[in-house]
Write a new protein. Structure first.
Length: 316
């Protein structure tokens, strides 16, 4: 549907409804929005621009009330998101939606059946599909829609130096599923190998880049939620390594530990995706340039993660 020109003048009854039910509430709703997102936000909605899409019913007869309901519903959903995502998720939203503006616009790309949302040029947009202005108002920015909007929006690397920009879903999963447990896992490896300064390298950017490229292939073998599992799966590979160290008695045998340190001279365990495996069908370990790699192919990323280091003694 092509965009319609804004209405030059609205009917008197409608102007009254906009004045009474939207204009008088706008300031308070902006304050509520700012309070939820802990930084000043504004609402930018033009009733004259929306009115041509109001075919009948609620939006046609009570556009001011309709706009207020959209914004109220969005605030409710954003509060839900903040409760779910926490402080880091809130910072992400404010960073990605850098204009700090909430608006209502036409879903001219026809991405949603009734309503949805996206982030465009730093603005968080409530979107309505053609013919559905005022329908399913409170569902426009539900958690699924909002998370996808954040994931689709471009964002700079967190430290300004990474060659690959991780998606919002990837960053969120790393923050929730990897970072809180990474040091504990590293400490368990250090204890089992009697090497306090052992390092673990999740190699997130490289994994993300390879999976992202593979996901774009016509007959891709990458699961659809791949970026939302980046932190979780990587953690599981390292946890599997801990289990294998104990199963193979590295924590009890000085000879095994000595052999490990002789071969893995850089004291680093890393994860990576490779084109082909040498020793197994799903995952394996390999020592290269003094680093122990837990590795798999794209096809079997996340499969049999606990077995990656089962051939460790043979590599030594």
């Amino acid at each position: 549907m092509s965009r319609l020109p804004p209405a030059e003048k609205l009917p008197l009854a409608l102007r009254k409804n906009i004045r009474d039910d939207w204009d008088t509430k706008k300031s308070d709703l902006e304050q509520q929005l700012s309070d939820v997102l802990t930084t000043p936000w504004t609402v930018d909605v033009n009733p004259n621009q929306l009115y041509p899409y109001a075919t009948d019913g609620y939006a046609k007869e009570s556009l001011g009330s309709c706009i207020a309901s959209y914004i109220t519903g969005a605030i409710y959903r954003l509060r839900e998101y903040v409760d779910y995502a926490g402080d880091d998720g809130l910072k992400e939203l404010n960073s990605i939606s850098y204009a700090h503006v909430l608006t209502i616009d036409l879903d001219d790309a026809k991405r949603f059946s009734y309503c949805g949302g996206d982030i465009h040029e730093g603005k968080l947009r409530i979107l309505f599909s053609p013919g559905n202005l005022g329908v399913n108002i409170e569902d426009a920015l539900n958690r699924t829609v909002l998370l996808q909007a954040l994931n689709d929006a471009p964002a700079p690397p967190s430290d300004g130096s990474a060659a690959v920009t991780l998606s919002f879903a990837a960053r969120s999963d790393i923050r929730k599923e990897y970072e809180p447990k990474a040091e504990e896992i590293r400490a368990q490896i250090a204890e089992a190998l009697d090497k306090p300064d052992i390092k673990i390298n999740p190699n997130f950017e490289d994994t993300f880049a390879k999976l992202q490229e593979a996901s774009k292939a016509k007959n891709t073998e990458v699961r659809g939620d791949w970026d939302g599992m980046l932190g979780n799966f990587t953690r599981l590979y390292f946890e599997g390594f801990v289990s294998q160290l104990k199963y193979q008695k590295f924590d009890e045998d000085d000879m095994l530990r000595e052999g490990f340190h002789d071969m893995v001279e850089k004291g680093e365990i890393a994860f990576r995706i490779v084109d082909k495996l040498k020793y197994d069908s799903y995952c394996e370990c390999e020592i290269e340039d003094g680093i122990l790699y837990l590795q798999c192919t794209i096809k079997y990323w996340g499969t049999n993660v606990e077995s990656a280091a089962q051939g460790l003694i043979n590599r030594l």
